[in-house]
Design a protein around this ligand. Structure first.
Ligand code: ADP
Ligand code: MG
Length: 293
């Protein structure tokens, strides 16, 4: 590719809201064989809402939700925002949490009004040595089968309640997936979310390959695995935990509305955040490269 063609190509892309860090990224995108996409905030809106709350006896909704919200008020996770918004929406008092701890990819804990509160994935309860309540775990499976992401609450070392959040798919996500597949690319969804909930979301988007329950360090490993199976890989993400995968990928594409770390780790920034911009970027790279060979 001539330097002039690359400058023209990156300039055209910028007009579409697709910012290439340099001409190399434009060249590399043409050769990509697989696209891995983060779920939350990339394929979905990334603004989940609280849809369900099941408390066991002694952990009923207003008090238990307020305790969960107090710990989540110190977290930046989208699930945390959903829980805090739900508590405030019900007019609940959200107390100050002490001894706050966030375990990336697992959940958060702290002390609120003298009680120990932990909120997160089932593996977080395991890690804390808290036995799962069979009734709550069974309910969680049913919610997940419906595409809602279960979140577990433990109070004073006891599995006390089950919450669920739902995060709708972005407009255009399904069409973008179909367009990628029509161009011969393997499409994989990657997420730290519950496998059953993730599979439901993937099905709605026409994606048949899902890597769920992935720990923060695991997304970059999946990029390597896909490269070995298919060839050059593009990774699309928005979160802090996507940064290593964006750096590992042959082409890392960050959602412009995502976190600074994701944007800094990427080769390409999709300003609109629309999954369709990825397809436009791909077509542009193919067109530019075809014209100059
Ligand atoms: P993703 O953003 O792809 O879902 P994360 O690594 O951020 O992946 O989180 C993985 C899982 O850990 C979440 O789906 C959730 O179950 C749990 N989790 C992480 N942080 C929190 C939090 N602040 N509150 C509740 N659950 C959390
Ligand atoms: Mg995300």
């Amino acid at each position: 590719a001539t330097p002039t063609a690359l400058v023209v190509g990156t300039g055209r892309a910028a007009g579409l809201g697709v910012l290439f860090r340099d001409g190399t990224a434009l060249q590399a995108l043409r050769d990509v064989r697989a696209v891995a996409l983060d779920k939350t905030g990339t394929l979905t809106e990334g603004r989940p809402r609280l849809t369900d709350f099941f408390g066991t006896s002694g952990a009923e909704e207003p008090e238990a939700l307020a305790l969960a919200a107090a710990v989540e008020a110190r977290s930046e996770h989208p699930i945390a925002a959903a829980i805090v918004a739900a508590a405030r929406g019900r007019g609940l008092d959200v107390a100050e949490a002490e001894d706050f701890e966030a375990v990336d990819g697992f959940g958060v804990s702290g002390r609120v009004s003298g009680r120990t509160v932990a909120v997160g994935a089932p593996r977080y309860l395991d890690r804390l040595g808290i036995a799962g309540d069979p009734d709550l775990l069974a309910r969680a499976e049913r919610l997940a089968a419906d595409g809602r992401s279960p979140v577990h609450l433990a109070l004073d070392g006891r599995h006390a309640a089950l919450l669920a959040v739902a995060d709708p798919a972005k407009d255009g996500a399904r069409d973008a997936v179909a367009a990628l597949r029509a161009r011969g690319l393997a499409v994989v969804m990657v997420t730290g979310d519950d496998p059953v909930a993730a599979a439901h979301v993937a099905e709605g988007l026409g994606i048949d390959a899902v890597e769920a329950g992935v720990l923060p360090g695991g997304k970059a490993e999946i990029v390597k695995k896909l490269r070995a199976a298919h060839g050059p890989v593009a990774f699309v993400g928005d979160g802090i935990n996507d940064a290593p995968a964006l750096a590992e990928a042959d082409v890392g594409l960050a959602i412009g509305t995502g976190t600074d770390i994701a944007v800094e780790s990427a080769d390409v920034v999709l300003m609109s955040g629309s999954p369709g911009a990825l397809v436009e970027a791909l077509d542009l790279s193919r067109a530019v490269m075809a014209n100059i060979h």
